[in-house]
Design a protein around this ligand. Structure first.
Ligand SMILES: NC(=O)c1ccc[n+]([C@@H]2O[C@H](COP(=O)([O-])OP(=O)(O)OC[C@H]3O[C@@H](n4cnc5c(N)ncnc54)[C@H](OP(=O)(O)O)[C@@H]3O)[C@@H](O)[C@H]2O)c1
Length: 262
């Protein structure tokens, strides 16, 4: 029994995400921040981690935390201060990723499309302003498509290269909720977008992951607007589950998995 236990621990410790280029959008807080902590420990030496969000100061603080817990030599971490609702924000992110391509021979490109916003929770009839609807979709749908397309183009398929794309989804990708038209539409569109990618590119592993109700600023906003308080999970718990799915790598590409079902 003891031997079995020991060997399981050894196997678990040996598992990594490889020598990777890992890009996490929305890494400054909430789930993205927790994902950065988990991924940093699972990437092999000489890997590169790109942290993207608008709050540069929070990203730098996160980088310092990661570097002191992992060691500066182990992992190269770049903070990318960018507004992903804009073309410039997506292009800046791609530009930094392109520099890593030149410098680094990577065996796993992992893109986690986590950044998102809640948007207004309001009656359907209130959404008459095309520009504000476009602005919502720009961050929550368009930027995820353009960024993923850019990264896949930059790192084409080659023997020995694993390419993984994660879409941080929600139960609202599949469940109708009155007054949540922006959020539901955005998450449903993203799910379909990544399903198309999975069909089109069998060599890319695509995962739609619904992380469960999390203790984050987004939930604070939900409670403030709706008055509904959910039982919330610590982000780390959900981040660990997602990392396990990526380590096991047994999911069917394009599948939509919920925290409570895995
Ligand atoms: N919280 C939940 O209960 C829950 C449940 C299901 C699914 N989700 C999904 O999980 C993901 C993370 O949610 P969360 O609760 O951690 O949200 P959060 O606390 O609001 O964090 C959102 C992250 O996205 C970044 N972001 C927002 N707008 C951005 C922009 N224009 N450009 C670049 N980055 C931007 C934020 O950073 P800056 O503000 O610094 O830009 C932040 O790092 C989202 O996809 C969300 O839909 C959350």
């Amino acid at each position: 029994f003891e031997f079995d236990n020991m060997s399981r621990i050894c196997t678990t410790n040996a598992r990594t995400l490889g020598r990777g280029l890992c890009i996490i959008t929305g890494a400054s807080k909430g789930l993205g921040r927790a994902l950065a902590h988990e991924a940093a420990h699972l990437l092999e030496p000489s890997s590169v981690l790109l942290l993207v969000a608008r709050s540069g100061a929070l990203l730098k603080k996160l980088r310092e935390e990661l570097q002191s817990s992992i060691g500066q030599q182990q992992l190269e971490i770049h903070c990318i201060t960018a507004d992903l609702s804009t073309k410039e924000g997506v292009n800046t992110t791609l530009k930094v990723a392109r520099k890593q391509k030149v410098l680094n021979e990577t065996d796993h490109v992992l893109l986690i499309n986590n950044a998102a916003s809640l948007g207004a929770i309001s009656a359907f009839e209130s959404f008459t302003d095309v520009e504000s609807v476009n602005s919502y979709l720009s961050l929550n749908v368009s930027s995820a498509l353009a960024l993923t397309a850019g990264i896949l183009q930059m790192f084409p398929a080659r023997p020995g290269l694993r390419r993984s794309v994660v879409n941080i989804s929600s139960t609202f990708a599949q469940q109708v909720s009155p007054s949540w038209v922006l959020y539901c539409t955005g998450k449903a569109a993203r799910k379909m977008m990544f399903n198309v990618l999975a069909e089109e590119r069998p060599d890319v592993k695509v995962l739609n992951y619904s992380p469960g109700p999390l203790d984050t600023e987004m939930q604070e906003e939900i409670e403030r607007v709706t008055g509904i308080a959910y039982h919330l999970l610590p982000c780390q718990e959900s981040a660990v589950k997602l990392m396990k799915l990526l380590l096991d790598n047994e999911f069917a590409s394009g599948v939509h998995l919920d925290f409570f079902d895995v």
